[in-house]
Design a protein around this ligand. Structure first.
Ligand code: ATP
Length: 233
């Protein structure tokens, strides 16, 4: 579904991605782990078109997207849930969800999807009128994921969805990722919580200083000595 080949991305003179290649099969959960500053967010931003790569290629669902603007990439069914959630903090939960559907005009289906997402995230149902900026971190993560799902994506890019959440909420977020994937949505997951993220992964990559250093199945990386030492404590 997604193929990244030999991607080089710079911030001015600094090369943040040094020839990254990665692929994500349809319906897979692919996990990317790496230390702070390794280039994880940069890779997601390049895929979703927020950043432009200097060279390399990105194919999504058969189409080359490395030159496409972010809004067109989103329209092809790739939704990015960025680090820090980036909600419209002054809008309500419901308004945020509706923003996720702004490209759609199938009103009935939008209402159905909203209902379905309220079942998936029951806490949001009680808080539809609450201003998003006043939600807890976990609730904001739910809104961010629900908003992305309102666009009916084929693939989700999730950047550190468990960051700053309580253990219970972390479990909920990981269960939800598995559930979303079970509905047929392909996932590329960036996580600091390497243990849980590798447990749910079909396959996984480790990125170090802008290059992929290891790759394998989720289970094989979970048991890899180098991964255990560096990322699993
Ligand atoms: P973290 O988990 O800390 O977010 P990350 O793996 O997502 O780390 P990136 O945010 O992708 O890392 O950063 C990769 C490298 O690019 C880092 O060295 C970082 O300092 C640099 N970088 C990121 N954003 C910018 C920017 N806007 N301008 C300049 N350099 C940047």
């Amino acid at each position: 579904m997604l193929q990244v080949k030999d991607l080089h991305v710079f911030y001015d003179q600094i090369e943040a991605l040094r020839g990254v290649s990665l692929s994500v099969d349809e319906r897979a959960i692919v996990t990317l782990i790496g230390a702070n500053g390794a280039g994880k967010s940069t890779l997601l931003r390049s895929i979703s078109g927020i950043l432009r790569a200097r060279s390399g290629s990105i194919k999504f669902a058969g189409a080359s997207i490395e030159q496409a603007p972010a809004h067109l990439i989103a329209r092809t069914g790739l939704a990015h849930v960025p680090e820090g959630r980036r909600l419209f903090a002054k809008l309500t939960v419901d308004e945020n969800l509706r923003m996720g559907a702004f490209r759609r005009n199938d009103r009935r289906a939008i209402e159905d999807d909203r209902e379905r997402l309220m079942d998936m995230f029951p806490r949001l149902r009680e808080r539809t009128a609450q201003i998003s900026g006043t939600l807890s971190g976990g609730e904001q993560q739910m809104v961010a994921m629900a908003r992305a799902l309102m666009s009916r994506p084929r693939m989700l890019l999730l950047d550190e969805p468990s960051m700053g959440l309580s253990p219970l909420m972390v479990d909920f977020v990981f269960d939800t990722i598995t559930k979303i994937n079970g509905e047929g949505i392909t996932i590329l997951l960036v996580e600091q919580n390497a243990s849980l993220a590798l447990q749910i992964a079909t396959s996984a990559y480790v990125i170090e200083s802008g290059s992929i250093s290891l790759q394998g199945s989720g289970v094989s990386l979970l048991h890899d000595e180098r991964v255990r030492e560096a990322y699993l404590g």
